[in-house]
Ligand binder design. Structure first.
Ligand code: PMP
Length: 396
């Protein structure tokens, strides 16, 4: 729908179906970063020359843009280098308060960026790491969730939109139930934020994390949203410049959040790129983007369901922009190689989510994931190419 806004599609026939790994960048993002570098580039929160003041203003304005985008206030937004760092920041800080007998709940469908930091936090603290089951449909097993949630549960870390199954989890219900036993909730929004309207005050989670590069922004920038008291409860993740109040030989005191959690020179220009990306998608409208991608997903799923021997992970009718599958007796890598010769980009692997693949008795899958630049024609070209590749294998 918006291919013309993305220069990568200008001079080559590229069918890009790997947006869950990373999205392409529109001109407005590249231009915003370029202009910043060429006109007011400077470090932030330090200098008092004109460009340093302007750079700091734009950096803090970017924080406001992020806050507006997810319907919160800028003092609840911490800039990190990505969803992985956001997840580790919370897990490592939270681990300092966990003790034997405490429990952390994650789901089988978590990305390793959530699964592993919390597994490690439990190992370090002696807390119990519990994993909620996923149904064959790809939905979270809510009965198992309720059964495993206890007054000992201190944290529920859960994906909003699975990067393998493409299923949206019922976050509002999960948060309500977790809060009822006194647990905090971290929501992994790395995939959802680019595909669905996200309203933090409706979700009511304690933490929400995402990466700029999956929502048409640059790499190297991520977001940690936290309720004010949830952020304040975290100890500093790193120590250094910009996160202190006062330093002396005797002791150091720390700045208040969000500065306390942003040690050192931040990814300044990347925040400018992220803000430009969020303005770009906001101008189109997240509801419109979600509806457009949902129609494309339906087209994709209808086509895929007609392919013999295909095994789609989870219920095909529950997908939002992400579909992973395998074909009986064929390694997905062989298919991906044939597709890549036609400049069709899909992803083969475990997509940093080994436990959910194991749950579906697969080691890897072929994943097709959509972005707002994809068109019905992209889907047709992909499906035709897939069918042709399969006919080659069947003829062997
Ligand atoms: N969570 C999910 C659901 C993801 O898809 C990803 C990226 N594949 C991450 C977390 C981690 O994001 P990043 O690599 O940008 O830190």
């Amino acid at each position: 729908m918006y291919k013309a806004d993305f220069p990568i599609f200008a001079n080559q026939k590229l069918i890009y179906l790997d947006s869950a790994a990373s999205t392409q960048k529109p001109d407005v993002v590249l231009e915003a970063m370029d202009t910043f570098y060429k006109t007011i580039y400077s470090n932030v929160h330090r200098g008092n020359c004109q460009i340093a003041v302007a750079a700091t203003e734009q950096y803090e304005q970017a924080r406001q843009t992020v806050a507006d985008f997810i319907h919160t206030t800028p003092d609840c937004i911490v800039f990190t280098k990505g969803a992985t760092e956001s997840s580790n920041l919370v897990a490592s800080g939270f681990a300092q308060f966990l003790k034997p007998g405490d429990e952390v709940l994650v789901s089988l469908a978590e990305h390793h960026a959530v699964f592993v930091p919390w597994q490690q936090a439990c190992l370090r603290s002696g807390a119990t790491f519990k994993v909620v089951n996923v149904l064959p449909s790809g939905q979270l097993d809510m009965d198992d969730f309720k059964a495993q949630l206890t007054p000992n549960t201190k944290m529920v870390a859960i994906t909003h939109l699975s990067n393998v199954l493409g299923v949206v989890n019922p976050i509002v219900e999960i948060v309500q139930q977790a809060h009822a036993v006194g647990a905090k909730v971290l929501v992994d929004g790395a995939q959802s934020v680019a595909h669905l309207p996200v309203n933090i005050s409706e979700l009511d989670c304690d933490y929400f994390i995402f990466s700029g590069h999956k929502i048409y922004g640059p790499t190297g920038i991520g977001v940690l949203y936290g309720k004010k008291e949830a952020l304040e409860s975290l100890p500093p993740y790193q120590f250094g410049g910009d996160m202190i109040k006062e330093v002396s030989v005797e002791k150091t005191t720390f700045a208040s959040v969000p500065a306390r959690l942003e040690a050192g020179t931040p990814p300044i220009v990347e925040t400018i790129g992220l803000a430009a990306a969020l303005k770009f998608v906001s101008k189109i409208g997240m509801t419109k983007i979600a509806a457009y991608e949902q129609a494309l997903t339906q087209q994709l799923v209808e086509e895929l369901c007609q392919i013999p021997n295909i095994q789609i992970l989870g219920d095909p009718l529950l997908k939002s922009g992400i579909v992973s599958f395998s074909i009986k007796n064929l390694h997905p890598s062989d298919l991906a190689v044939i597709l890549s010769r036609q400049n069709i980009c899909v992803r083969v692997g475990h997509h940093c989510a080994m436990p959910i693949h194991r749950c579906f008795h697969q080691s890897v899958s072929l994943r097709v994931s959509l972005g707002l630049y994809n068109t019905p024609e992209d889907i047709q070209i992909f499906v035709q190419a897939l069918k042709k590749a399969l006919s080659l294998f069947n003829g062997m």
